[in-house]
Design a binder for this molecule. Sequence first.
Ligand SMILES: *Cc1c(COP(=O)(O)O)cnc(C)c1O
Length: 395
Amino acid sequence: MSLPNMHHAEPIPDAAKAEIDRLLQSGDLFRYTSATASPVTLLEAEFAQMMGSKYALAVSSCSAALFLSLKALALPRDARVLIPGFTFAAVPSAVLHADCLPVLCEVGDNYRIDMDDFAAKLPNVSAVIVSHMRGHTSDMDAIMGLCDAAGIPVIEDAAHSLGTLWHGRKIGTIGRIGCFSFQSYKMINAGEGGILVTDDADLVARAVIMSGAYEHNWTKHPVLQEAFAQHQNTLPLYNLRMGNLSAAVIRPQLPELARRVTDGLSGHDHVAAQLNRSAWIDVPAPLAPETRAPDSIQFNVQGVTDAQVLDFVAAAKAEGVTVQVFGLSNDNARAFWNWQFIPDLPELPQTRAMLMRACDVRLPVHLTRAEQDTVADILLSAAEASFGETLAYGT
Ligand SMILES: *Cc1c(COP(=O)(O)O)cnc(C)c1O
């Protein structure tokens, strides 16, 4: 059976077309032109309501949301911000962009923050960004316990975690601020886009102004107006706004989210159960409080050499499944040693070891059961072909 293009998302719901036509007719593409609720303003209201958050601010990307979150926290120049050593290069970049310094902490072979290293590094930082990388939730109970006790604000990078639950609570609403992405490979696809949520009126007011609500455009945000007035003309304008066309593409996808999450989790767990039967493959289990919302699968290959891992990647590719090994592909943006723009880039032995064996395969939520089975079969045969020798000769 042939597989569909694994980088294609679901079609955008038809409702988007009529709204885009209307916007094209009027030329009303800028969120602040309309005196009444623009598509971006409506999206913010709907997203905040969906998340159970008081406030939402839609922006140009999740990276922009992370940058604005750090700026809104008013951290001093060169403040140290703790981030996981396994994340996307845009995260340490957002920290540097905000004139702060990223401090990297170790990540375990289950792709989650190593809490011992986290606790050891926490006393030297002013803020924390928890990247729930590929939607794998780090131990939010432990993180919030330590950070609350130390008075350190937590920003959740939930770019790839929309729909994930922790003790039934929505990921992205546990820290002080949560940031999400609408880039094409995430649960909701607008090509580009991001949004932040928070319950903190002053934080959101600062972020709204800095996102580019110049002059009195903040009056078009239906949130506490007193929070804004005190910041008039005191904050820089970074112009990271979302446009109406993006909002028009995103809004009709919000009602699809619950189904996408259910389908994604079911497909992931179906493939994971098959892969876990292989002696060479381990799909780490979620943490107990976590209900995942995956649109890809990560697994570790074990007891094998680098050359065998590359054989495995080639064998799967020949059958139509692209496997990315974060640490073995060229210039990978999720391998910390490629973040050479960070001053005094540290070594993280545990994270490096994980990245050398962690495999990443897209598993779009629209795959049928038969297509999921094909992906699992291809991966299992590639493992057998590339690693079979290992067991025969013992490891
Ligand atoms: C995609 C992603 C980002 C970046 O999101 P953009 O909207 O492309 O800026 C940041 N962090 C994580 C964990 C991501 O998956």
